[in-house]
Design a protein around this ligand. Sequence first.
Ligand code: ADP
Ligand code: MG
Length: 474
Amino acid sequence: MLELWDACLAMIRENVQPQAYSTWFEPIKPVDYRNNLLTIQVPSEFFYEYLETHYIKVMKATIRKVLGPEGKLEYSIMMDNDVNRPLVVKQPSVDRTNTKNPPKQIQIDFDKPQNTMPNPFVLPGIKKINIESNLNENYCMENFVVGECNRVAYEAGLAIAKNPGRTSFNPMFVFSPTGMGKTHVCQAIGLETKKFHPELTVLYVNAEQFLMQFQAACRNNSSKSSRDDFVHFYQMIDVLIIDDIQYLSGKPKTQDTLFHIFNHLQQTGKQLIFTCDKPPAELKDMEQRLISRFKWGLSAEMTLPDVETRRNILKRKAYNEGVDLSDEVVNYIAEHIKTNVREMEGFLISLIAQSSLNRKSITINLVKQMVERFVNNSNHEITISYIISTVCEEMGTSQADFFTSTRKRNVVQARQLSMYFAKKYTKASLNIIGEQCGGKDHATVIHSLKTVANLLDTDKQFRAVADTIEQNFK
Ligand code: ADP
Ligand code: MG
């Protein structure tokens, strides 16, 4: 089954745009294969609809080729309400296009009463109740450790969950550098809202996914209607969470569309939650009217947890992993790994892995050794591509843009800084550095190095950004 699906994917990949491939095909999981019938699991009904309307031809051809002329495809749709009991839809795509009367809409089998209120924005065929929230149960409020660093976001989040759309925290805008718990807290708000209000449609989406879906909708031939579908889909949501909104920098069309979705939701009393790696005012290449809306509600900053909170986080994670850590071990880790929570968590996981692989218990000596290696390792493994990905992540620039010839200011700066750090932290020649930083020549690299040196001397804010990034290479 897995092999068959891999073969299908290989063929599909050649026939659709790379972004469409990662948006619509990578999330699919094969779940069953028998009697020439391949069952694939898709995350939501919207997904299924989208595949059937846009990719039916390529899927049909692929199934025929890989499974033979008798091959059939069936979708299993993950239901929002009951993840353990996915709805199975008998939907043999292969035959569908040949039929004059396509099969009736999917039968939905719910214990819960369905929402029968007519909604002018509901797409034919998509019932609001079927939208998958994309929330990860691990990112729940119970697993979120509160400290001074995140109290505002946490408290506001609880208030929102009880009364979505009806507090003054609308929109809620959470910002912090990477790894401080933004994704966790905004997903926790979503999960908590669903507990209090199971009837509401909550949707979590990363801004990058949002962007890709929008671009896919625009690329489509009947682009007007599929763009409308996109907008209508988002307008059906009661609590919309968009993570890492900085990914929309420099994407005016997507911003414009978000603006309209925002207005509609706001006017109809729906809740919006955004996260970002910087405060609204510092967003670059973002429409002013959107920035001003981000500021309407509550902006909550999250910072690096203090050592006490880091200890509590470690204890909570260890507890969730089912391991016991001595206070000494917890203290040592909390005091030595303080770049961000994600790294601390990563360290804990590799510590647990080490101890179980080698059947050693987690002693303070093992921890000390590993901390040393952890810190040293990041010293030795600095490659140009590691530098580029770190710089892009820290500056909120997409790596896709980095390698184009765009002259957008933040991208240009990301390139220049990457060259600067590559020169400082690797032994690569200027030619190699230029080549790997988007195919630039030796002269461009020299110019970049000068520009950065100059900015570091004269621009305090730039210097602060550069210093933060540089922490990753030390
Ligand atoms: P961000 O979105 O800001 O980059 P994440 O939400 O992905 O950060 O957090 C990184 C990791 O750290 C996640 O696994 C998350 O569960 C964990 N984490 C961050 N803050 C906390 C917290 N206050 N309590 C528990 N876990 C946290
Ligand atoms: Mg995040």
